[in-house]
Design a protein around this ligand. Structure first.
Ligand SMILES: Nc1ncnc2c1ncn2[C@@H]1O[C@H](COP(=O)(O)OP(=O)(O)O)[C@@H](O)[C@H]1O
Ligand SMILES: [Mg+2]
Length: 303
């Protein structure tokens, strides 16, 4: 039996100020910033960041994807060549430029990118000496946040200052993980780090969900790990899981999200389902959902 220390269980957070929210005339912020985080490498963070962002964009929602990893796999996976001379998230974190100047359009309608760069390797050290070093990304995104219903941050495989900047800038974090024994070992550490971030820097950061990636529901181990995760995370374990699908692994070498590379593949279907699940959980109706509803209402009335 695999167990996780109960002290690290994600706490059920009380609604911050229910009365204030109910009486406020201010509309709820239309923008949601989600950090895709797990200190372990190879668990599907980048694959999830690219393909979830593309699926949200294809639902008709302006989406900004930010590559916060020095490996810049998100940038490469969307077809952008490695180019250290191009302005990137590094320049934004260092205060050399503003967000509107580093945003690039992509081949996916409604999807924009702030590219990563190898220069980020130095950022961890350089940031230490800077003012408000944990808040650099949050401050830099403030002027453009409202332009995007969704902003996704692809984090590096480390709990470093880059990941901390992402978590401080985020409203929610999404944790991709594989259903394997060793994945569970890191979860306690991740959850206690996230709790510390919430207490010290960002009291409104909430767990958006835990996503099973490269999932194979035929194995006993997958099923056992899933049961344990369900007991631990309850409804924070997302209903959608992402199957192992070779199209997802191939798509980045073609510089495309799977939705453009092979829209009918199981991988594309799973990320679309994930986007719809997150929209439902956040009570957001996308332009495409409205269009589908109108079309089915029209079809029903013509019967
Ligand atoms: N569902 C999947 N099916 C098949 N291969 C996958 C899947 N998700 C990720 N991969 C592959 O696994 C490797 C690690 O995934 P990646 O998203 O880069 O992880 P991370 O960003 O957490 O390091 C990559 O080669 C990627 O193409
Ligand atoms: Mg990655």
């Amino acid at each position: 039996m695999i167990t996780i220390h109960p002290a690290n269980k994600p706490s059920a957070k009380p609604d911050p100020k229910p009365e204030a929210a109910a009486t406020s005339a201010e509309p709820a912020s239309p923008s949601k910033v989600i950090a895709v985080v797990n200190q372990k490498g190879g668990v599907g963070k980048t694959t999830t960041a690219i393909n979830l962002a593309a699926a949200l964009a294809l639902e008709g929602l302006s989406t900004l994807l930010i590559d916060c990893d020095p490996q810049a796999n998100t940038t490469g996976g969307l077809g952008f060549a490695r180019d250290e001379a191009r302005a990137s998230i590094y320049d934004l974190l260092m205060g050399h430029t503003t967000a509107d100047k580093v945003i690039l359009p992509t081949d996916v309608a409604n999807l924009s990118l702030i590219p990563g760069s190898k220069n980020l390797i130095g950022a961890n050290l350089e940031l230490v000496a800077q003012d408000r070093r944990e808040y650099r990304l949050r401050d830099a995104l403030a002027p453009i946040r409202a332009n995007y219903p969704f902003i996704l941050l692809d984090c590096p495989p480390a709990l470093d200052l880059l990941t901390l900047n992402s978590l401080v800038a985020a409203d929610g974090h999404l944790v991709p993980m594989q259903a394997e024994y060793f994945a569970l070992e890191g979860i306690s550490e991740l959850m206690s780090t996230l709790d510390r971030v919430t207490q010290s820097f960002n009291s409104t950061l909430a767990l958006e969900g835990v996503l099973l990636t490269m999932y194979d529901d035929r194995t006993n181990l997958s099923q056992q790990v899933t049961e344990n995760l369900k007991a631990f995370f309850d409804d924070k374990l997302l209903k959608t899981s992402i199957p192992r699908n070779v199209r997802l692994a191939e798509a980045p070498s073609h510089g495309k999200p799977v939705a453009l590379y092979d829209p009918k593949s199981r991988g594309a279907e799973a990320y679309r389902e994930l986007a719809l699940e997150l929209l439902t959980r956040n009570n957001i109706q996308s332009p495409e959902e409205k269009r589908r509803k109108a079309a089915s209402a029209a079809a029903a009335s013509s019967l």
